[in-house]
Design a protein. Structure first.
Length: 325
């Protein structure tokens, strides 16, 4: 199961290599929890298609400790409406970006030796995120000016940038507990918080308001809770069902929260299936959004009545493969 508790320690299997893949199309506009359905009706929604690949390499230092490296690669495009002088949508402008994202190096520590506590455990993680991804990628943006199409090179939107431009600290915890004597039903939970103490990254947004002229380097978070069922008769197959929340806070834990960001969160119901045999593990999960909330940003709060919007996905496709040796 993607993101579930994974001890991966002890024994002769010192290494684990993984490849995970995330796809989402974000085109549902929200201000707060209100969906602006008129955007779809008039064809003026912004559409993000995001493909995120992540190569993971993990080494077990001992029965309770390990270290991992995550190397993401992003392929994305963003389609925006082109309006005429009467504000009617007449065409669309597409910006594209691809490249390596921000690499993470994280240490993990189990609370108990898995050989002595096979029915449950907890893991705590601490690491660093390096600004290896391009946070200022540019591409052509087309507009209709005085009846003519004009294309200018601009920074692509923050939502499809490969990096955020800042050093960060990764803090995480996860755990599981077997709920029956046969060991076929388990509860799991995990939480990850990315602390980005730097305020802004110096990249221009080409937005009209001075308070949103530069991109913010925002914190991020993810939490999951659910149950996994793996009957012995299913020969390695399992089914999971849980809840998930992920988002960007309005205010960072440390440092400034100025600059342009789209704070908010999505709450999803997350069904998943998995298969494990020997050193191989496959997983597929499809979180389906049940609530989306685009919160007011710091620049929004500086102007009475202002509340920016954001495009969210209806669902996300998560797939992964792990190999231990």
């Amino acid at each position: 199961m993607l993101g579930a508790f994974d001890p991966v320690t002890g024994g002769d299997q010192r290494w684990q290599v993984s490849m995970s893949w995330r796809y989402q199309q974000s085109d549902r506009h929200f201000r707060g929890t209100h969906q602006e359905r008129e955007r779809q009706a008039e064809g003026s929604e912004v559409i993000n298609d995001v493909y995120l690949f992540d190569l993971g390499i993990r080494y077990n230092l001992g029965p309770k400790s390990s270290i991992s490296v995550g190397i993401p690669y992003l392929i994305a495009d963003r389609s925006s409406p082109i309006r005429d002088s009467s504000r009617q949508v007449v065409a669309r402008s597409v910006q594209e970006v691809d490249g390596i994202g921000d690499i993470t190096v994280v240490g993990h520590r189990l609370l108990w030796d898995p050989a002595r506590q096979p029915r449950g455990n907890a893991s705590f993680s601490l690491g660093v995120k390096a600004p290896t991804g391009d946070d200022g990628a540019t591409d052509g943006r087309t507009r209709l000016v005085d009846g003519e199409y004009v294309t200018t090179v601009e920074t692509v939107d923050q939502s499809v940038q490969a990096g955020d431009g800042g050093w960060g600290v990764v803090v995480a915890a996860s755990g599981y507990r077997l709920l029956n004597g046969a060991g076929t039903v388990a509860a799991y939970g995990s939480g990850t918080y990315l602390i980005n103490p730097e305020g802004t990254n110096g990249v221009e947004t080409f937005r009209g308001r001075d308070s949103e002229a530069i991109l913010s380097i925002a914190d991020q978070y993810l939490a999951r809770l659910g149950v996994q069922v793996t009957p012995a008769s299913w020969r390695g197959f399992g089914f999971g069902l849980g809840g998930r929340i992920e988002g960007v806070p309005v205010h960072d834990l440390f440092g400034s929260s100025e600059g342009f960001r789209r704070p908010g969160y999505a709450v999803s119901l997350e069904p998943s299936v998995s298969w494990a045999r020997g050193p191989h593990t496959l997983s597929l999960a499809v979180p389906v959004a049940v609530q989306r909330n685009r919160q007011r940003s710091v620049p929004d709060m500086q102007e009475a009545g202002r509340h920016g919007d954001a495009a969210f996905a209806d669902w996300v496709l998560l797939a992964g493969y792990w190999y231990r040796f």
